[in-house]
Design a protein around this ligand. Structure first.
Ligand code: HEM
Length: 370
């Protein structure tokens, strides 16, 4: 059993190592004015505090619906739960008069060349990233929040995700393997280094943003389907060239260990790590590129089968950065046209702004914004 803090300058669910289970759930906000929106944030604060810190839910008489779904038993254990609340660009439209206060880089996600975006799987006024050690805890939290916000939120889309349990159990020391069979998350900013986090992950006084946004983070979400049948018939050397890494060790091609760092200036023609490989495009390691870093915190997803009878699985790509344009958007533009595109199809997601944390009891989410 682990408890992630609820109160703090930034929300939990960003810097802590990802636990085994997750869900992304996006909502349209039904609140019609700022008062109702404030009421929503107060309810969300109260529910998230209770659910993440744990406790005994209240009971009621049998003639009333139970106050808790009961799916985790009579005592709610924290179970490493985090509920990370993020706002979409559409929340800053005319409804609530918040346009002036919008984080500077927040914008609607637009289509990249390889995308086949399905409107039913895109955007949202509000997004929750729910993570915990077990799927029951994630679903319990999701149902609790929906039950408490009937006239305030309407579900827009939802996807559940997972990473291998034994990896989650090492608290970030081992790298999760994605459903293409490659270690995914090797090169990431150091989340234990607060200075680095304040530079590349969290909005801080180093960034030109509204004061209320400090401690928040831009969140890029991409729902990406994998063509696994095709991938599974692709030669290993081709798979490895796609990423630029050895599948088994995770090392850059031509090197030995997962965390070895290639010196591309010694390999200008890409004889070892191909110039168009995913890792080399995503981070060419040229001087000045350090400002284009992002924190990847992805989960696998697996659903039933597609309309054409193919396995429907892939990645809930989630990344956090202090500057959406310098982070995700720049890196994705560099990835456009990469060989990996033959095996993947992004179909949904959106850009969101993860709110700063609730700093102490008595305060609520987005208080400084409202
Ligand atoms: C690295 C997989 C999408 C950004 C990697 C690596 C793998 C991988 C296996 C190498 C190991 C590692 O450093 O984690 C995938 C798959 C994707 C995907 C399967 C989706 C189909 C994306 C997207 C972005 C991205 C959409 C951002 C726009 C990066 C970055 C690195 C990386 C920045 C680290 C590069 C480095 O510094 O060496 N990815 N990725 N990836 N990926 Fe992705």
């Amino acid at each position: 059993q682990m408890t992630q803090p609820f109160y703090g300058e930034h929300q939990s669910g960003i810097l802590n190592p990802p636990p085994a289970s997750a869900a992304l759930i996006a909502f349209d906000v039904l609140a019609w004015d700022k008062n109702e929106l404030t009421r929503l944030f107060k309810i969300l604060t109260e529910r998230c505090e209770f659910l993440t810190q744990g406790g005994e839910p209240p009971t009621t008489e049998e003639k009333f619906p139970p106050l808790d779904s009961g799916i985790v038993g009579t005592y709610v254990h924290p179970d490493n739960l985090t509920i990370t609340l993020a706002l979409g660009d559409s929340l800053f439209d005319e409804r609530f008069g918040l346009a002036e206060a919008k984080p500077r880089h927040l914008q609607p996600m637009t289509r990249f060349p390889n995308d086949a975006l399905d409107a039913d799987w895109c955007h949202g006024d509000l997004l929750l990233q729910i993570c915990a050690n077990s799927q029951e805890t994630v679903l319990h939290a999701m149902r609790d929040i929906i039950k408490h916000t009937p006239s305030l939120l309407s579900v827009r889309w939802r996807r559940d995700g997972f990473i291998s349990n034994h990896v989650a159990a090492t608290a970030g020391r081992e790298t999760p393997i994605n459903l293409l069979g490659f270690k995914d998350g090797t090169v990431n900013p150091n989340t234990r280094d607060q200075a680095e986090a304040n530079r590349v992950i969290l909005v801080s006084d180093q960034h030109d943003e509204p004061a209320w946004a400090q401690g928040g983070s831009y969140m890029a979400v991409r729902l990406i389907r994998f063509f696994v049948e095709q991938w599974d018939r692709t030669p290993l050397q081709e798979q490895e060239a796609v990423f630029g890494r050895d599948r088994e060790s995770g090392a850059p091609l031509g090197m030995k260990n997962e965390h070895d760092i290639p010196d591309y200036s010694q390999d200008p023609e890409g004889k070892q790590v191909p110039l168009d490989s995913h890792m080399r495009l995503a981070n060419p390691r040229t001087p000045g590129f350090e400002k284009h870093q992002l924190l990847r915190r992805a989960y696998n997803y697996s659903d039933a089968i597609s309309a054409s009878g193919q396995l429907d699985m892939g990645l809930l790509f989630i990344c956090y950065q202090a500057d959406l344009d310098a982070g995700f958007i720049t890196v994705q533009k560099r990835l456009n046209g990469e060989p990996l595109e033959e095996y993947i199809k992004p179909f949904g997601g959106g850009y969101f702004f993860a709110l700063p944390g609730v700093s102490k009891p008595g305060e609520y989410f987005a208080q400084a914004l409202l």
